[in-house]
Ligand binder design. Structure first.
Ligand code: SAM
Length: 243
């Protein structure tokens, strides 16, 4: 998979070279290119923003540098261009799974009041545009959102995780029926007066699986009841508190 990032703060993307993404780059599973949008400006001040038409506070990112970036990067219909924006579709595990099937993703990271709308209108004529929000809050820029989306996507690539079994039964995953994950424990069995649930020490795999399933249901009902309708087929309604 090839990933390109268009940003005015390339240093924000340096975590991509760390940990598992860094290993995936070294192994050739991922190809990552971070581009400074100012590289596509032509004035002495390398200007990327200007005042908004119609007035109002803040600045808007100019269209020309992004247009030239798309031209030079050679985006096409097979490319997903992700515009990170609080007004985009909510980012979910399902969307991460969909993006993980793409050969190429270009992230356009906004700053200020966002990117001139015509950049998106133009991008739609040459590529597959996704406007994605990572949550109902406002960040200073799209880089952190692009990192979050990247991490959720690339860990789904075959060969990315050292142990692919880690993906099974995770919160929000299909194999976990879209439910939240059960609580996890490791050694020691007792710590500061807190014991590991005895069932996990029993060696009885069927009982452990049943306990974990029940924990997933309880946790989801308590914390994210909105997720339960997605998983209604998998739910034993007796253990789900009435809402
Ligand atoms: N004026 C914009 C609005 O109200 O929708 C917010 C602009 S924000 C200060 C600057 C940039 O941060 C956005 O263009 C976007 O790239 C990024 N951003 C902020 N919040 C985000 C979120 N929740 N999800 C994804 N990107 C976000």
């Amino acid at each position: 998979m090839r990933l390109d990032y268009l940003t005015i703060f390339p240093d924000y993307l340096t975590p991509l070279s760390l940990s598992l993404p860094g290993k995936a780059i070294d192994s050739g599973l991922l190809e990552v290119h971070v581009h400074d949008v100012r590289g596509w400006t032509h004035d002495r001040h390398r200007t990327v923003d200007d005042t908004p038409y119609g007035g109002g506070a803040g600045m808007v990112m100019k269209p020309e540098p992004f247009g030239e970036a798309f031209d030079e990067l050679g985006v096409d219909r097979g490319t997903a261009i992700v515009f990170t924006t609080p007004s985009g579709e909510p980012f979910t595990q399902a969307l991460a799974t969909e993006l993980a099937s793409r050969e190429r993703i270009v992230f356009a990271c906004g700053r200020y009041e966002g990117i001139d709308q015509r950049v998106l209108d133009h991008a739609r004529t040459v590529a597959d545009v996704r406007e994605i929000s990572i949550g109902d809050y406002v960040l200073n820029g799209g880089e952190v959102a692009a990192l979050a989306i990247t991490e959720a996507v690339v860990r789904l690539l075959p060969g990315f995780m050292g142990n692919a079994a880690s993906l099974a039964e995770e919160s929000h995953s299909g194999e976990g029926s879209g439910l939240l994950e059960y609580p996890v424990y490791t050694k020691p069995a007792t710590w500061r007066g807190h014991d590991v649930p005895p069932v996990l020490l029993s060696g009885d795999h069927a009982r452990i699986a049943a306990w974990r399933h029940e924990q997933r249901l309880q946790r989801t009902a308590e914390r994210r009841p909105d997720l339960l309708h997605v998983s209604s087929a998998a739910i034993d309604w007796d253990v789900v508190p009435a809402t």
